[in-house]
Write a protein that binds this ligand. Structure first.
Ligand code: DC
Length: 235
């Protein structure tokens, strides 16, 4: 499918499948994929490894921000897709651990850290042809993105997806606990002071509660064809 040089911003609630969708879009259109959550997670891993966040999640923000350039956080693409690196080390797995998942929220509320991540994303997306997922991409980081998607799904369905994912990793969890965590994260993401999760006025909402990834691809191709004119949409 011929597609113009655009930025596709994909925001939405946690566990709505933003990254799977964004990765597939990038693969299909030959765009780069930028996972903004992975940058917040990478910053968190760096803070943990340099003892800049304690057991109570208190962060030495000033030192962390001054040291971040040496973390050299970036993305590299191999046959499996885009992966997150700290210098020459692939940190894709480590940043998904439970410990990092628990500590990333307080890190992501710090304005100086948000500025660092925003700057990096704008630099990486300057040539466009990029799909970027997160919470504030269409509202704050790329307010002029040509296509903005806001993803939602029923909390129970998201909790079920998350539970299956955790069970796949060998973790035993109760559905009620996962649902409570999904709802708590929705609340934190939408109520924090710095750049809360909000749907940009010009974003198109996608509720994928009952949609497969293939159906979502058909949906976005039609949207692109409608918005950018008659391209050779493959259905
Ligand atoms: O999407 P994720 O679970 O990998 O995101 C990790 C954390 O980073 C989560 O607490 C939300 C936060 N985040 C954010 O505040 N802004 C973004 N653009 C992306 C993620």
């Amino acid at each position: 499918m011929l597609i113009p040089d655009i930025i596709i911003a994909i925001d939405g609630y946690s566990s709505t499948g933003k990254s799977s969708f964004a990765r597939l879009i990038a693969k299909e259109f030959g765009f780069i994929y930028l996972d903004s959550g992975a940058l917040y997670r990478g910053v968190t891993l760096f803070a943990v490894e340099h003892s800049l966040i304690d057991d109570k999640n208190e962060v030495d923000a000033e030192t962390l921000v001054s040291m971040l350039p040496e973390a050299d956080l970036h993305f590299e693409t191999d046959s499996e897709g885009s992966k997150t690196y700290m210098g020459s080390r692939c940190i894709e797995k480590e940043i998904r651990s439970l410990d990092i998942s628990r500590k990333v929220s307080p890190i992501a509320t710090l304005p100086a850290i948000r500025e660092f991540v925003d700057r990096k994303l704008r630099e990486l997306g300057r040539k466009k042809r990029a799909v970027i997922d997160g919470r504030d991409i269409g509202s704050t980081v790329f307010p002029n993105a040509e296509l903005k998607i806001f993803m939602t799904a029923d909390p129970e369905i998201r909790a079920m997806r998350r539970m299956k994912e955790m069970e796949g990793k060998g973790e035993k969890v109760k559905f009620e606990d996962v649902l409570a965590n999904v709802m708590e994260r929705d609340y934190i993401d939408s109520h924090r002071k710095a750049s809360p999760l909000t749907k940009a006025a010009d974003a198109v909402e996608l509720d994928n509660s009952y949609m497969t990834l293939d159906e979502q691809m058909v949906w976005i191709k039609e949207l692109i064809a409608d918005k950018f004119g008659d391209t050779d949409v493959k259905k």
